[in-house]
Design a protein around this ligand. Structure first.
Ligand SMILES: Nc1ncnc2c1ncn2[C@@H]1O[C@H](COP(=O)(O)OP(=O)(O)OP(=O)(O)O)[C@@H](O)[C@H]1O
Ligand SMILES: [Mg+2]
Length: 343
């Protein structure tokens, strides 16, 4: 879906200064550090960044899925007018489903091992819409067919352990889509699936967006998926957004040295196109900072091959607007680097 073709509308989700601190044996871990972004109706925001950058924790925090004894979450996350972060747990349970559906990295975390697939899907559908068991069962079988599960009728009577990992992941996707949520969060949802099934699921999500205006947060390492489905990209590093903008702006004119590293477009890390195709996100040399000990200044400076400004090591660069960006959507980057400041 192209958000720019839609009339301006209230965002589905508005995240403002989201912070997550986890208690760990090594002291407080600052895992998410002031994340602000919006997801518009029908819009897909891809979240990229290497392992440990806080992608999963940031979305788990939105849905109240981090244990309160370990996690302190602050900020605002307004979903269709209601702040998820101050909601009662009863209200949050009602909102998950028709408000927000989530597909996790590991499908077993969201399936109940002792209930059949059908029971889990049908219960989910009936918890949020007033339909008979028969209607819900038919809808469940249709959905399983749509996510590419062979013989959906029979699959309804099977248990999670009787399915392969890829099939379980498709069931979790079917459950997340079953109530046509206003917001869908997909955390590496299709990474383990083969490309044909992945394409089928992306089609299904795009249809849901066209029919219901669903906003999507898609966490992925796969640049091909980003280029194919996202309207906007948000690049995370050290729990911060270091750059965001339209897919064209971020992929074609990356401003932050970290983004340029990921895309292989830093001169000394140059990656040629492979058979004319966009390569996968590359590996930036070095290790990310531990969230218990983030550097002062720009969070990327200890690994940055082009740092030159004296402020890099001492002053945190603000996420500044570089240009109005394509389609009137802002292109922002948090860097003292000239590639950001000059644009
Ligand atoms: N329960 C926990 N207790 C302590 N630290 C945690 C916990 N869960 C996550 N972390 C830490 O929080 C940071 C962010 O983790 P997160 O899972 O959000 O990363 P990610 O960007 O999703 O990575 P990946 O791409 O590997 O999925 C990491 O440093 C991780 O070690
Ligand atoms: Mg993750």
């Amino acid at each position: 879906m192209t958000a720019t073709s839609l009339p301006a509308a209230e965002p589905v989700l508005e995240v403002d200064d989201l912070r997550v601190e986890l208690r760990t044996p090594r002291g407080p871990a600052h895992v998410v550090n002031g994340l602000s972004y919006t997801v518009g109706p029908g819009e897909t925001v891809a979240v990229v960044g290497e392992s440990g950058s806080g992608k999963s924790v940031s979305v788990l925090a939105l849905l109240g899925l981090l244990p309160a004894r370990v996690a302190t979450v602050t900020g605002r996350a307004v979903l269709q007018g209601e702040d998820l972060l101050t909601m009662s747990s009863d209200r949050l349970r009602q909102v998950r489903g028709p408000g927000a559906g989530m597909v996790f990295q590991d499908p077993m975390t969201s399936l109940n091992p002792v209930l059949s697939i059908g029971k889990q899907l049908i219960e989910g559908i009936r918890a949020h819409s007033d339909v008979s068991k028969e209607v819900a069962r038919r809808r469940a079988a249709d959905l399983l067919g749509e996510v590419g599960l062979p013989d959906p009728e029979r699959a309804l009577d099977r248990y999670p352990h009787e399915l392969s990992g890829g099939m379980r992941q498709r069931v979790v996707i079917a459950i997340a889509l079953s109530n046509s949520p206003a917001l869908l969060i997909a955390d590496e949802a299709t990474t383990a699936l083969d490309v044909t099934v992945q394409a089928q699921i992306i089609d299904l999500v795009e249809r849901l967006q066209a029919d219901h205006g669903t906003g999507v947060i898609w966490i992925t390492h796969d640049l091909g998926v980003v280029a194919g489905i996202a309207d906007r990209v948000l690049v995370m590093y050290g729990g911060r957004c270091v750059e965001d903008g339209t897919v064209d702006d971020v992929l074609e004119h990356p401003a932050h040295p970290y983004t340029r590293g990921l895309l292989g477009s830093l001169p000394d890390l140059a990656q040629p196109l492979v058979d004319g195709r966009v390569p996968d996100l590359t590996t930036v040399p070095g290790l990310p900072p531990p969230p218990t000990d983030l550097p002062a200044g720009c969070v990327f400076w200890p690994r940055c091959p082009v740092r030159s400004d004296p402020r890099c090591e001492t002053e945190q660069p603000p996420l500044a607007v570089l240009s109005p960006g394509s389609g009137g959507l802002e292109h922002r980057a948090a860097t003292w680097c000239e590639s950001g400041a000059d644009r």
